[in-house]
Design a binder for this molecule. Structure first.
Ligand code: TIU
Length: 229
């Protein structure tokens, strides 16, 4: 059994490595670039860019090892039929979900601003989940896709740490998945919220799961590959 150096204690990789998936949450222009949803809510979106090179390295590692990769997108249908009024009306943003912004309609599927950023574009064989909520399990086929493929372990990454990333990890934890949040592959508009999330996830003996840095994950994967040869 291969262990990843993690908190609150080492994370065991599954014996069959392809039971481990990389989940990349919402690395979309809507959250990382000016003129999108994150900006409309009043956030400084530029600070999310810092994780892109590290997340790209982890993505490349998964691609080289031919391990499962899942991308998610927070988005709504153009008629907003899957967007609760409570969500659309929340906050005092300059633009609301569905309004026309500089990158197209805010948080609407297929609009330029809703796309995954160029650096992390999915390849054709990778899974892409469109989700109307913050969690990636709510109103999506994610759980049945994981079950079909025998995936039991998830590395959770993306933005924002305390909103869609944490919600997804909690949903996954309640469904029995062994989850690890990759510390330097997730970011928040609020650094103190990222820190608090990492701490609350791994508190109480890993009540929601583990955290580790990307280099520790990649070292663990390399060790597991060598052990399998
Ligand atoms: N606003 C915020 O921090 N996040 C979101 O609305 N969605 C995600 O986290 N993807």
């Amino acid at each position: 059994m291969t262990l990843i150096n993690a908190q609150p204690y080492p994370y065991s990789l599954p014996d069959e490595l392809n039971r481990l998936a990389l989940v990349i949450i919402d690395m979309q222009r809507d959250f990382l670039e000016p003129g999108g949803f994150g900006d409309a809510l009043g956030n400084d979106v530029t600070r999310l860019q810092a994780i892109v090179p590290t997340l790209k390295s982890l993505l490349t590692c998964f691609r080289e090892n031919r391990l499962p990769i899942i991308h998610t997108l927070e988005c709504h249908r153009s008629d907003l039929s899957d967007c609760p009024l409570a969500k659309r009306d929340r906050g005092k943003g300059t633009l609301k979900i569905g309004d026309a912004g500089p990158m197209g309609r805010i948080l609407i599927a297929g609009e330029p601003g809703n796309a995954i950023i160029q650096e992390l574009q999915p390849l054709p064989d990778e899974i892409v989940i469109q989700k109307p909520g913050k969690g990636a399990f709510y109103a999506t086929p994610l759980q049945s896709i994981l079950q079909e493929r025998g995936i039991t372990h998830l590395l959770v990454t993306g933005v924002t740490t305390e909103v869609c990333v944490q919600t997804t990890m909690r949903e996954a934890n309640d469904r029995g998945y062994e989850c690890l949040m990759v510390e330097d592959c997730t970011e928040s508009y609020f650094p103190e919220f990222k820190q608090a999330t990492l701490e609350m996830v791994r508190a109480q003996g890993g009540i929601v799961g583990w955290t580790a840095i990307a280099s520790a994950v990649m070292t663990g994967l390399q060790t597991a590959r060598i052990a399998m040869v």
